[in-house]
Design a protein around this ligand. Sequence first.
Ligand SMILES: Cc1cc2nc3c(=O)[nH]c(=O)nc-3n(C[C@H](O)[C@H](O)[C@H](O)COP(=O)(O)OP(=O)(O)OC[C@H]3O[C@@H](n4cnc5c(N)ncnc54)[C@H](O)[C@@H]3O)c2cc1C
Length: 343
Amino acid sequence: MTRSLAVVGAGAAGAGAAYALRDSDVDVTIFEKSRGVCGRAATRRKEGCRYDHGANYIKDAGGRTTDLLHTLGDEGLVDIDEPVWTFDADGTVSEGDDPGDVRKWTWTEGMTQLAKRLLARSDATVDQPTRIASFERGDGWWLTDTDGETYGPFDGLLLTPPAPQTASLLAEAKWNDDRLTTLIEAVGAVPYRTVRTLVLHYPFELDVPYYALVDTSKEHDVGWVSREECKPGHVPDGESLLIAQMGPEWSTEHYDDPLDEAASVAAEKVADLLDDERLADPDWVDDQGWRYALPDDGAVESVVTSAEDAKLYFAGDWVAGEARVRAALWNGIETGERIDDGL
Ligand SMILES: Cc1cc2nc3c(=O)[nH]c(=O)nc-3n(C[C@H](O)[C@H](O)[C@H](O)COP(=O)(O)OP(=O)(O)OC[C@H]3O[C@@H](n4cnc5c(N)ncnc54)[C@H](O)[C@@H]3O)c2cc1C
């Protein structure tokens, strides 16, 4: 008999779980609130450019992640050659010690390829855009979306949104079980950093020896600046597109500032950092706010797995305890394998 699983979220973790179940008899339905897939590993197209405005790349030193990415197809898979340099609180740039054997993977078509390729190899159905508002335990798991439509029953339920959004779903849940309160507290306690990403485009090329600069002091207003033109297929020749991930403090304070205002301030700071006054004046800009960008810690593992005998599962970077695509992906895959054994 076929078993059924509802997954909330088509990020690296949700897509990873679906991939892990590709050869099983588990019928997977993923509910995703956005029109796209891959969550915070996001790609956008504008003015002839393509850019990854969430996760920049997947890092791996020739291990199982690299093997999996090759298995998903070599066409369009790219390793960013140029190094990541560092800067400190004063904006002093140093060469850093970018270890040469660590690969920085993305795709010519952008980071969303990860979930697209995982899902293409699974039989999962992706129901989108569908934002799940609550769930309920009856004859299996039932889900309700924000339009009041219900879906179910499912034998199992896997929740993969960032911890604060998962905690909200748990708080709305109709499940008469002693574990619910402990779960809401444990999941809701995972601390997050907020990031506002500003996208700065220029009609000229930059002549610098690095792909990106990262703030190792964690005190600068700019947390990270990278050059999308280092990724083949992202930026036409003769142009530059900078991704500025602003530091958590600045991002929280300026989260709702109008785009023009925030981009103008960010461009000034980037121009200072790269010591190139032309960068203060981008010809077009874009942005994205990530309220729950990066979990700073994981949830207590014993609590997160405590509901598995009720067929309620959790996956994501916050479950793995590491704010990395790679961590979310493998957490999703491993959770999918446990679901196959336990459902
Ligand atoms: C600015 C930024 C830069 C980063 N840089 C890097 C990097 O360079 N390298 C790296 O490895 N990692 C990086 N990360 C971290 C990385 O993006 C995450 O760790 C990883 O993508 C998390 O995947 P996930 O599947 O756990 O969660 P998510 O990607 O957040 O996926 C969860 C999904 O659930 C959906 N969802 C949420 N609520 C609901 C709901 N109620 N109903 C339906 N769907 C819902 C969301 O839309 C989303 O698609 C970065 C993150 C950010 C924000």
